[in-house]
Each structure stands twice: as C-alpha cells, then as structure tokens.
Design a protein around this ligand. Structure first.
Ligand code: AVI
Length: 331
C-alpha cells in the first residue's frame, strides 16, 4: 500500500482523454497512472476488491494451500475465552474491514457486555447487509455501521451507551499488505483511535518456509492468478484502458530476505497499453508489482508495534506457529 506521486486530477481531466469518470474512478485513474509511469511499475492492491475481486478473495480463503484464514479461525476457536477476557466491560469494538464479519461472530458470541460494535467497510452494500443480519442475531447489541476507508481519517459514530474503552479488531493479516514503515504509521493511527486504555486485537501472519508460502499464493486452480489479473480487467472496464489480459501472467514469490510474498503481473511480450490517453510501454518480462504480503517473526512485529506506541500483551498461535492473533495495548 505505497502511496505514489500522482498526476494531478486537473491534468487528467484536461488531458483530452474525454473519459466521463466519477470522482472515485478519476482517483483510481490518477493512482494507476502514477504507478504505471514509475520505473518499477506498481498498482495499489486495494483495487483488487471490486465485487468480482472480493468473490475471488473469498474463494482464495477456501483454497487448500491458503493456510491463513483457516489457521486464524482455528486460533480464535481454540482461545476464544482468553481473548474475550481482555475486553473490559462497556467496551466499544471497532472492526477494520469488516466484510461479512464472519470471524467477528465468534467474538460477539463471547462478549455480552459490549457498549457497541462498529463494523467498518468501504463497500456500503456489503456493510449494510452485514449490519442487518448482525442486528437480527444480536438484538441486544448496538450496531453502528461505518462506511469508510480505514486508511483515511474518519469519525467514529457515537454509541448511545458511553464506552469505557475501545478495542480495534483487525484480523486477516491485512497489516502484512503494508510495507513495514507504512504498517508502523498505520498502527500509530489505530493507537489514536483506541485512545488511552484501549487495545488492538490483530491477526499477523508469521515467517515460515517458502515451501509453505509460495503454494499459498500460486494455487493450481488459478484463483490467485485470476484475482491478480482482475486489476487489468478493472482498468479496461472502468477506465477504458486497453490491456490485452492474455499478454500478462501472474507471478508470486517469497522474498525471504525481507520476509514478504511479492505478487506481480509479468508482461509476456513487448507491448504498449493505453490508459487515460497515456501510452504505457512494457518490455518483455517487465512486471507490475501489485501486492506485498509481509510475514513477521514475533520480535519483528513487537518492534513495529512498539514504534507505534503499542505493547504486545498476549500472543496466541497455532501449534506450528504459522499464524498469530495478538492483543496489543496503548502504552
Ligand atoms: C488480504 N491479504 C491479507 C491477503 C494476503 O494474503 O496478503 C491478500 C491475498 N493476496 C493473494 N492471496 C491473498
């Protein structure tokens, strides 16, 4: 999730592209052009998640080789009483990127004294459907859905019962999709949202061998490849780009030195693509870097957390130490 130097919107709007784009699409165009005009071409991984991309991600979570979702769910199920005990009474639970709040239900089942639950998601439709079904399942819990991008500043809704503390829930190891300095800056902003006496319950994927990691991002069914290539389809559909998607291939590998999976889209031939009236030349073999997924050792993550003003209070892992769920408090 690296911000890039962007072409100003005003330039794009007057660049003679004659595209009729709404504000979010113009922003997408601006970010895509900035990334594709850099020396190492990049695209922000947040654009994976349109409706089709979110469906593909759900399929990834069920793939036999994609261990994180299943391992995290197992850790939650095995340790739920211990996790629930870190929440004080009248606590406001705030979930970043709540989606369908599947993992949260196990927490909600064990937290009868919450002041409220704030599911936060960028997809309004998904958020409201989830809020409605949660309201039916938990009639005594105040649910305060917040449609927001959690990487940008937002205002928390006011619960009718005053909250004594706030706990942010950020599962799924999405923290791994930030480069390390960005992860620290993001955790710093979470610490501000939690405030004094607050905490963060976070899923963090752990360092492990390339033999386990690489198959998790290179499934034989081609679902991860489709997820990655969907970025090009999105630019064709939404930004009138002319990517020939067949001319690109999914490429994912573990960069052990820095402890991250890198996903790229490799150009299979020399070609030129047009986006927003700009020519984007590709050499054969050149890549667009679309995602990083950092894996942490426990001390590495504790150091990042400390630099953001958090202290690691408790760590739960599976037996093989593939994944961790950690409870951090604001120092
Ligand atoms: C959302 N995020 C934690 C996933 C990951 O593993 O980094 C996204 C993903 N990319 C490919 N497969 C899954």
């Amino acid at each position: 999730m690296t911000p890039t130097a962007a072409t100003p919107l005003s330039n794009l709007m007057s660049s003679g592209t004659h595209l009729k784009l709404d504000a979010p699409s113009l922003f997408f165009l601006e970010e895509a052009l900035a990334g594709l005009q850099a020396k190492q071409k990049t695209l922000p991984c947040k654009y994976f998640y349109n409706q089709y991309g979110s469906q593909l991600f759900d399929q990834i979570c069920d793939l036999p080789g994609y261990y994180p979702t299943r391992t995290e769910a197992g850790i939650m199920a095995d340790n739920i009483s211990g996790m629930a005990s870190v929440f004080g009474p009248d606590c406001l639970l705030i979930e970043y990127g709540s989606g369908s709040s599947t993992k949260t239900r196990i927490l909600l089942d064990h937290l009868p004294h919450l002041a409220g639950y704030v599911p936060m998601d960028i997809s309004r439709e998904h958020l409201h459907q989830t809020a409605e079904s949660l309201a039916l399942a938990y009639p005594h819990l105040e649910i305060l859905p917040l449609c927001a991008d959690y990487t940008a500043p937002f205002e928390l809704p006011q619960a009718s019962r005053p909250a004594l503390s706030r706990v942010v829930y950020f599962p799924g190891s999405t923290i791994g999709n930030f480069h390390r300095p960005e992860a620290a800056a993001f955790l710093c902003r979470i610490a501000e949202v939690c405030g004094p006496g607050g905490g963060l319950l976070i899923g963090v994927d752990l360092r492990k061998s390339a033999q386990i990691l690489e198959p998790a991002y290179n499934d034989a069914q081609g679902v991860t490849a489709a997820f990655n290539l969907n970025l090009l389809h999105r630019m064709n559909l939404e930004l009138s780009a002319d990517f020939d998607v067949e001319n690109f291939a999914h490429h994912a590998f573990y960069n052990e030195e820095v402890g991250r999976i890198e996903m790229h889209l490799r150009s299979l031939q020399a070609q030129t693509v047009y986006l927003g009236g700009q020519a984007i030349p590709f050499d054969q073999g050149e890549t667009i870097w679309t995602e990083c997924s950092y894996k942490y050792s426990l001390p590495e993550f504790a150091a990042v957390a400390a630099s953001a003003g958090f202290e690691v209070r408790q760590v739960w892992t599976d037996r093989e130490q593939k994944f961790s769920v950690q409870y951090l408090t604001v120092r």
